[in-house]
Design a protein around this ligand. Structure first.
Ligand code: PMP
Length: 400
């Protein structure tokens, strides 16, 4: 007997979660593992945000809120877009949900017809293709090369567009690549998109604040105002404010789309947690010092990992410009043989070898649609990262 719907046969659990579970299983056996699989800040949520949640709970802010977000939450989001991105939205152009992931899911749920195509720039965030598949869509993967710094080019975008194209999903800074688009690069993509008026654009900007080398963030919405009536900007508090567990994300886009997404929410999760919404107001409107402190820490770790990895023969890493991952090119060790006589034929075998031999949990590039690479999360202490890199170096040195 099969209980599950057919659609589940095309969906897989998140690979980064799977890697993390394998690492935890080893840890449970007493093996010390550096879990560089999962992408979440290792910092604590700033105190003033927790205090706001406490106040909300004790002062009775414990009931259902408006489906698309409490008025105060929407107002804080509106102010954030104005202040940080130079974008102005009305309340009916904003929706708040249980994480950026739910925003993306609701958007696809509200719009995809069976067989509609969703254009993804690989390496992509693991959930995009599976969400599309779950909802009857068809992921169309455009591989972005290291030479293009993992960024979608106007020519490649043009070539991927068909009459069935429904969405283009962009992610900047990118997970896992750390790729950051300049304003000009976004405008060049926008020029292609201008000729395809039925194509919707989802810009996932959740890593906005984790940006290095003094770069300024360019929101897709600001770079391409002419596409405003079909652009959904996705963001949230998980990464910037170390609030992954609070589950708050938000989206800004055309009122008709936002209405559809809010209806999906009204029949599924109702609203995001009232207390987490109050915490989000404090995060978005309160002091931003911690955001800068987190960013600096991530940049120092980025530097440490770039230097460490590039000192290992066979591995290469171009400095990511944002987010907290290292997407490492392992072409140089493909075809090599492990001490047990296994030939490394793909990046899944590489990550298995690293888990066994270096006790480092990493996610294979196959999970992100571009091989042979593996991803390390740098959202952990410099000491853990240094130890992990040393062990990777030793393990790679043992390959023949
Ligand atoms: N988008 C990207 C690119 C991500 O990396 C993540 C988290 N790994 C999310 C969205 C989901 O964020 P949230 O916690 O807000 O659901």
């Amino acid at each position: 007997m099969t209980m599950l719907a057919k659609r589940m046969s095309v969906v897989k659990p998140s690979p980064s979660m799977a890697v993390s579970q394998a690492a935890k299983a080893l840890a449970a056996q007493g093996v010390e593992v550096a879990d560089l699989g999962l992408g979440e800040p290792d910092f604590s949520t700033p105190d003033h945000i927790i205090a706001a949640a406490h106040t909300a709970a004790t002062e009775g802010n414990t009931r259902y809120t408006a489906t698309g977000g409490a008025p105060a939450t929407k107002q804080a989001v509106i102010e954030k877009f104005h202040r940080e991105n130079g974008l102005d939205f009305m309340a009916d152009e904003i929706v708040v949900a249980n994480g950026a992931k739910q925003i993306i899911f609701n958007a696809l749920m509200a719009t995809l017809e069976e067989g509609d195509e969703v254009i993804l720039a690989a390496p992509y965030f693991v959930s995009y293709p599976d969400m599309a598949l779950m909802l009857g869509g068809k992921p169309v993967v455009v591989e972005c090369t290291r030479a293009d710094r993992f960024k979608l080019t106007p020519g490649a975008l043009q070539a991927a567009i068909t009459p069935r194209s429904k969405w283009l999903i962009l992610n900047m800074p990118g997970n896992p690549s750390g790729a950051v688009y300049s304003e000009g690069e976004l405008q060049a993509l926008g020029a292609v998109l201008a000729d395809h008026p039925n194509l919707l654009i989802l810009s996932d900007e959740i890593y906005e604040h984790i940006l290095f080398d003094g770069l300024q963030f360019n929101s897709f919405g600001k770079a391409c105002p002419g596409l405003r009536d079909r652009t959904l900007i996705v963001n949230g508090v998980s990464k910037a404010y170390a609030m992954t567990g609070w589950r708050i994300g938000y989206g800004a886009g055309p009122a008709g789309l936002i209405r559809g997404m809010t209806t999906v929410q009204s029949q599924s999760t109702t609203n995001a947690c009232s207390i987490a919404q109050a915490a989000t107001v404090a995060a978005l409107t309160g002091p931003q010092g911690e955001v800068a402190r987190f960013r600096e820490a991530f940049e120092r770790r980025r530097d440490l990992v770039v230097e460490g990895i590039n000192s290992i023969e066979g591995l290469e890493l171009d400095a990511p410009q944002g987010a907290f991952y290292a997407y490492i090119d392992c072409t140089g060790i493909m075809g090599k043989t492990t001490p047990y006589g296994v030939v490394l034929e793909d990046d899944t075998q590489v990550t298995r070898y690293l888990l066994d031999e270096a006790r480092v949990a990493a996610v294979p590039g196959s999970a992100y649609g571009l091989s042979p690479f593996f991803r390390l999360s740098t959202a952990t202490s410099g000491d853990v990262l240094s130890a992990a890199i040393n062990r990777i170096a030793d393990a790679v040195a043992r390959l023949a």
